[in-house]
Design a binder for this molecule. Structure first.
Ligand SMILES: Cc1ncc(COP(=O)(O)O)c(C=O)c1O
Length: 467
């Protein structure tokens, strides 16, 4: 009889979490302007806000932290990380940074040499988009149509639409300084990209002489999906698949806070020595000397070890399996989620769950407020708060294509019973969904507004009409 194996780790250290009384949670919501970013972490019971920087490190990583070499220049941990990046990804050179967005900043502030240049991606993550836009570029999402339909079934919904990419490269010849591909596609539901698609994007880029960079945040999770789902890949090890993926790329940006299994860190790797030299000078100004890049030696060691550890297939089997079974619990509870479940998170379709709240009244934000109010759970809105825009001439608000709330599962942190609790709370919310109210933004900065925006809930009588 075959049975699912439990967590391939045992717990050595625990951290207390607690569910505050409901009135406390209510007070914090009001004080924080109904923005979950403003709730103190200790007031959150189950924090599924992000899988970024929230992993539990292993005893091997912690042991490595004790061997941090805190010299200003030439710390041994830099060389360990260099070896790891060569072994795991095959990139000869890299620059360490303290998190992924600095790699994006370095890259886009350099390659975007005039306003209006276009950077295609399957879907840009919010910091990637922001780093392109603040440098005068246009961030274009070219994911396949299935990737925009929360219910469409496709094994690789993160794939780039190759026809649209070709059209763009023809129409904007000379105006595309770089093409990105995000593995897995976080903003599009954590959906993977196939090896065939990586290769095809790389070939197209070569044909048009456009450098091809991968946003590598969840490279191991993506490789696991390739091993499981892509024809002809099952016999390869995840490590082999990873090497093959990156053999097609000119470089990558990486936030080691995800598949680096570390709490902080990142890097930018490239085969272009000239570009790396330019970026190195900029790195010294904004982050630090190129052998530490804004990190302590111990952080470099934790990343170096995490990048090797994440290739453990027993770990990946459990990790992806845990997220999948969490998705199955929600589906069973009648909660519409993006199908199939992605690698690091379950994405609830708030448009479907709350059809009485129109997109401009922010249904996904309303659901994230309800999750905290009902169960002390924190998820993140990926809808019109994060990706809504305004008509350039009329200023009319334009909603995002999807209204999702992402419940990201930190790596090696929560057990399945934590996730069962979340599913139970969501079931209760589903039963009283008609009572949920939309929200109005009362403060919204221009860039990355979701981090600091404030909201107010719409009056109940307004909702009664909508229902
Ligand atoms: C796909 C993707 N790219 C880039 C980033 C930015 O990384 P960081 O938060 O380390 O700056 C993230 C973070 O969540 C991400 O998910």
């Amino acid at each position: 009889m075959s049975r699912a194996l439990p967590e391939p780790w045992r717990v050595k250290v625990v951290e207390k979490i607690q569910l505050l009384p409901r009135e406390e949670r209510e007070r914090l919501l009001v004080e924080g302007g109904f923005n979950l970013f403003k709730i103190p972490s200790e007031a959150v019971f189950i924090d599924l806000f992000t899988d970024s920087g929230t992993s539990a490190m292993s005893d091997w990583q912690w042991a490595g932290m004790m061997q941090g070499d805190e010299a200003y220049a030439g710390a041994r941990n830099f060389f360990h990380l260099q070896d790891t990046i060569r072994d795991v990804f095959g990139f000869p050179a890299f620059l360490p940074v303290h998190q992924g967005r600095v790699a994006e900043n370095l890259l886009f502030s350099t390659v975007l040499t005039r306003p209006g240049m276009v950077i295609p991606n399957n879907c840009h993550f919010d910091t990637t988009r922001a780093n392109i836009e603040v440098n005068g570029g246009v961030a274009l999402d070219l994911v396949i149509p299935e990737g925009r339909d929360s219910q469409a079934s496709h094994p690789f919904k993160g794939n780039m639409d190759l026809l649209r990419l070709r059209r763009l490269l023809v129409e904007e010849r000379g105006n595309v300084p770089l093409c990105m591909l995000t593995l897995t596609n976080n903003s599009g539901g954590g959906q993977p990209v196939s090896l065939a698609n990586v290769k095809a994007v790389s070939e197209l880029c070569r044909e048009f002489d456009v450098p091809f960079y991968i946003d590598a945040c969840r490279f191991a999770e993506n490789a696991w999906f390739i091993k499981q789902r892509e024809k002809g890949q099952g016999h390869k090890s995840v490590a082999e698949i990873v090497r093959e993926i990156f053999s097609f790329a000119d470089g990558c940006t990486m936030s080691a806070k995800k598949d680096g299994l570390a709490n902080i860190g990142g890097f930018l790797a490239s085969r272009n020595e000239g570009l790396l030299e330019t970026l190195k000078q900029r790195l010294i100004v904004i982050e630090g000397f190129p052998t530490y890049g804004g990190l302590a030696g111990r952080d470099l060691e934790a990343v170096s070890r995490g990048l090797r550890e994440v290739l453990d297939e027993n770990y990946l089997r459990f990790r992806i399996g845990q997220v999948e079974s969490f998705g199955a619990m929600l589906t069973q509870a009648g909660i519409p989620i993006m199908q199939p479940t992605g690698g690091h998170a379950v994405y609830i379709d708030a448009k479907q769950l709350l059809p009485h709240i129109p997109p401009l009244e922010l249904p996904a934000q309303a659901l994230s407020v309800a999750l905290y109010r009902e169960g002390g759970i924190r998820g993140v809105e990926i809808g019109s708060v994060m990706f809504g825009s305004e008509h350039p001439e009329t200023g009319e608000p334009i909603p995002a294509p999807m209204e999702l709330i992402r419940l990201a599962v930190p790596r090696r942190v929560f057990t399945n019973s934590h996730l069962e609790y979340v599913a139970g709370v969501l079931e209760d919310i589903r039963d009283q969904r008609h009572t949920l109210r939309g929200l109005r933004m009362t403060y919204a900065p221009k860039v990355l507004r979701h981090f600091t925006a404030s909201f107010e809930e719409l009056a109940p009588e307004r909702v009664a009409v909508a229902v």
